[in-house]
Each structure stands twice: as C-alpha cells, then as structure tokens.
Design a protein around this ligand. Structure first.
Ligand code: HEM
Ligand code: HEM
Length: 183
C-alpha cells in the first residue's frame, strides 16, 4: 500500500515535467527543421560528415521507439479491453526499435571517428536508456510469471522503470536535438 502510494505520488510529480519536456521537444524540432531548410550549413559545420549523414536515421528510430512506448503506456493507464496485449506489443516493439536506434548511434560514431562518448551527457544517458529498454519489458513480463505475493513488488519496479525510461528518453531526445542544432 505504502509502495503503491509512493508510486502514485511519483507519477503525479513526473506528469508536469514530462509534458513540459515534450513541449520543449516539439519547439526544438520545429527550430531544427527551420534551420535545416534554411541556413543548415554553419550550424552543423563542426559535426563530422558521417554524423551529419547518419544522425537522421538514429534520431528517427529512437523517436519512433519513444512514441510507440508512450502509446503503449496510455493503454496501461486506461486499462480498456485487451489493454495488456496492446501494452505488451507496443512495449516490446518500441524497445526493439529504440535499441536499433542506439545501435545506429554506435555505428554512426564508429564510422565518423571511433571516439565514443565524445558528447558525455547524451551518450551516457543514452547508455542508461539502453539498459532500461532491456530491464523494463523484462520486469513487465516477469510480473506475470512470479508468485502472487511477489507480484506487487515486481509490478512496482516495472512501473518505476517504465516512467524513468520515458522521462530519460524525452530528456535525451532534447539533448540530441541540441547537438545537431548547435554543434
Ligand atoms: C519498455 C516497455 C514498457 C514500458 C515503458 C512500460 C511502462 C509501463 C508503465 C509506465 C506502467 C504503469 C502505468 C500506470 O501509470 O498505471 C505499466 C504497467 C504495466 N505493464 Fe508495462 N511497460 C512496458 C512493457 C511491458 C511488457 C512487455 C509487459 C508484459 C506483459 C508489461 C506489463 C505491464 C502490466 C501488467 C502493467 C499494469 C500494472 C498495473 O496493474 O498497474 N509492460 N507499464
Ligand atoms: C532516447 C533517444 C536517444 C538515445 C537513447 C540516443 C543515444 C545515443 C548514444 C548512446 C550516442 C553515443 C554513441 C557513441 O558515442 O558511441 C548518441 C550519439 C548521438 N546522437 Fe543520440 N540518442 C537519442 C536521441 C537523439 C536525437 C533525437 C538526436 C538528434 C536529433 C540524436 C543525435 C545524436 C548525435 C548527433 C550523436 C553523435 C554525437 C557525437 O559523438 O558527435 N540523438 N546517441
């Protein structure tokens, strides 16, 4: 019960920052699109050519993964008919797509310079996200398999990891947009 209340409280506190971050992402995307269609050259002049060529693939995959995960979370919140199947399918698909996006980032940096973690906050938060992308669906599936008395605890961990994952993805998308728009 105490565990449940604290998760509800955490969710209430995360709700406002998450929506503020999402608005910031939308604003930043529109400013990057504006830059790309206009004076893209000088803004991106310091990024290696391979990164300039490949970042849209990396960004598209992680943003698509993020959107699928957010969509999946809405089913878990509303709990309409068949919500678990949709939540599970979107969770697993979204995680796979986002991990593919992170692998693309690794390939992109290898092809450009072989100097990994050159942009520490984005790269370290990105690696933490990859860990959460593996742990969250695992705990989601695990909660359906463990004994009834341990289910609540595993479910609590799953919810906490899920919210931490979505929040850190939103923040890292913002960091990524800042790299490509101000490098
Ligand atoms: C990365 C993928 C996933 C993310 C980000 C995620 C996230 C979440 C979140 C945030 C909640 C809490 C929703 C709320 O506020 O009430 C939740 C609930 C739940 N998730 Fe996931 N989930 C993922 C994958 C999965 C998978 C693969 C399963 C396996 C079937 C699963 C099973 C569940 C269940 C059963 C609940 C309901 C817990 C309750 O009764 O409130 N999730 N998930
Ligand atoms: C949740 C979303 C994201 C994750 C998990 C993620 C993950 C990563 C990781 C792990 C790296 C470092 C790779 C390495 O050093 O080996 C990286 C690099 C990079 N990412 Fe992302 N990323 C995300 C979103 C974005 C977005 C939305 C953009 C662009 C709009 C972006 C642009 C870049 C760029 C340009 C680099 C190369 C930085 C450099 O070394 O010069 N990322 N990303």
């Amino acid at each position: 019960m105490i565990l449940d209340l604290s998760f509800r409280e955490i969710s209430r506190r995360l709700c406002r920052p998450l929506s503020a971050i999402l608005s910031a992402i939308c604003l930043s995307i529109s400013s990057v699109v504006g830059t790309a269609s206009g004076a893209a050259g000088p803004a991106n002049a310091e990024l290696p050519a391979e990164i300039l060529r490949l970042w849209p693939y990396h960004a598209s995959l992680v943003v698509l993964g993020f959107l699928l995960l957010v969509w999946g979370m809405t089913f878990a919140r509303r709990k309409g008919p068949g919500w678990l199947k949709k939540h599970r399918a979107l969770g697993v698909t979204g995680s796979t797509v986002a991990i593919a996006g992170a692998v693309t980032a690794f390939y992109m940096v290898s092809a450009a310079s072989s100097v990994h973690f050159r942009v520490p906050p984005h790269a370290y938060v990105g690696s933490f996200i990859v860990l959460l992308l593996m742990l969250t669906p695992s705990f989601g599936l695990l909660q359906l398999k463990v004994a009834a008395e341990r289910r609540g605890r595993v479910r609590g961990v799953h919810r906490l990891l899920g919210r931490a994952l979505l929040l850190s993805m939103a923040v890292n998308i913002l960091f990524g947009i800042l790299i490509v728009s101000s490098a």
